[in-house]
Design a protein around this ligand. Structure first.
Ligand SMILES: Nc1nc2c(ncn2[C@@H]2O[C@H](COP(=O)(O)OP(=O)(O)OP(=O)(O)O)[C@@H](O)[C@H]2O)c(=O)[nH]1
Ligand SMILES: [K+]
Ligand SMILES: [Mg+2]
Length: 368
């Protein structure tokens, strides 16, 4: 029996051999759809998915958010974990020193962020090489992927890793495509475009949906630049995960200043040397920013706030969200709040439930 990995290879080979032109466009679109289905199967536990199935390492979540350290072997993932948390993860000059997921806790101004040190992955990880599939499945459970790269290694490493994560449905620093798709019980397919599409047409959408056996559905393409890949992502939305990613180049002690400057200018990128303790705190601050969380310190009248314990809410939260995170019924007795910090126009500012809070605000809730 042909296994899934072989089938994937076959389709990839066929796509490589097929010339891209108007005549082959529909065929290539269908192949992409098949490939996406097979890759999803690869991660499903069960028959045909191989011994390790699709599950990640068995580490329970803790703290306010989870960050996964993903990278090739020996780029310094464990060195970084050991530097920023109290956990010691083995560090050595040889590849695959780390063999399982090692959790550590980053304490950040009263917030607690779980940092997961993971084994190094290699090319072909998505198809089951090494512990790759397990590593990637674990990365899929994180709120932020910290892609650790070796500044002394070739630039391709980043694209290779991205391709591995993409292959299992992780979408880094991207928003879900702006395509509305709803399955129906009957009525056939209804395809509409908000404005003339540049990379899709009705026949293409029809063919792919039919291949996915979605014969009754409604599609509205809101974005005129949407592609076949976007459509497939929307069809496969249960297998897609949109995660933020911070690219971190380690070992900058071993590259020229010019090169380092070039790296640091790339988007979503930070540079550091764990060995020389350069830039490590910047990376920690960037992690917090990328998580898009807000720390709020509560204060009782006449008592200083406790900065070792923060209430964590998502960015764009209001005083109402802060109340809800303290107690479900708190806003029923809410009269007003006093706010000190970046969100306050004067200090303290007296505000209502709709007031948006900022990171590190101090809040005092006054009840009726
Ligand atoms: N020059 C230099 N070497 C570093 C730096 N950080 C880590 N190293 C070295 O890189 C080697 C690998 O470090 P590890 O932390 O074990 O790397 P890893 O990514 O956890 O490796 P695996 O667990 O095997 O995937 C060790 O010899 C470290 O001492 C750095 O900033 N500069
Ligand atoms: K190592
Ligand atoms: Mg390691």
């Amino acid at each position: 029996m042909v296994n899934i990995t072989d089938k994937i290879k076959e389709i990839e080979e066929e796509m490589r051999k097929t010339q891209k032109n108007k005549a082959t466009e529909y065929h290539l679109g269908l192949l992409k759809g098949k490939l996406a289905r097979l890759r999803a199967q690869l991660l499903e536990p069960g028959p045909g998915s191989g011994a390790s199935g699709g599950s990640g390492f068995d580490v329970s979540k803790s703290g306010d958010a989870r960050v996964a350290l993903v990278g090739f072997p020996s780029v310094g993932k464990s060195t970084f974990l050991s530097k920023i948390t109290k956990t010691r993860s083995e560090v050595a000059a040889y590849s695959f020193t780390t063999l399982t997921a090692i959790p550590g806790v980053l304490e950040y101004g009263g917030a607690e962020v779980q940092i997961l040190d993971l084994p190094g992955i290699i090319e072909g990880a998505a198809e089951g090489k090494g512990r790759g599939r397990q590593v990637i499945s674990t990365a899929k459970t994180s709120d932020l992927v910290l892609m650790v790269l070796d500044a002394t290694k070739k630039a391709e490493q980043r694209a290779l890793l991205e391709a591995e994560l993409e292959a299992v449905g992780i979408r880094l620093n991207r928003e879900p495509p702006n395509i509305y798709l709803k399955a129906k019980k009957a009525g056939g397919m209804k395809i509409t475009f908000q404005s003339p599409p540049k990379n899709l047409d009705e026949k293409m959408i029809y063919n792919i949906l039919r291949d996915y056996k979605m014969l009754n559905c409604e599609v509205l393409v809101r974005d005129d630049t949407a592609t076949v890949d976007d459509l497939i992502d929307v069809i496969m939305k249960d297998h897609r995960k949109y995660i933020r990613c911070l690219y971190v180049y380690n070992k900058i002690d071993s590259v020229s200043v010019d090169f380092l400057d070039q790296l640091a200018r790339e988007p979503h990128t930070a540079v550091m040397s764990c060995e020389l303790d350069l830039g490590v705190q910047d990376v920690v601050d960037r992690i917090w920013k990328e998580l898009r969380l807000i720390r709020v310190y509560t204060k009782r009248k006449g008592i200083d706030p406790d900065f070792s314990e923060a209430l964590i809410v998502r960015s764009n939260s209001t005083i109402e969200d802060v109340c809800d995170s303290i107690h479900r019924t708190l806003k029923d007795t809410f009269k007003y709040a006093l706010v000190w910090g970046a969100s306050a126009r004067h200090i303290p500012q007296r505000v209502g439930l709709g007031h948006p809070v900022a990171d590190e605000d101090v809040v005092s809730i006054v009840a009726k």
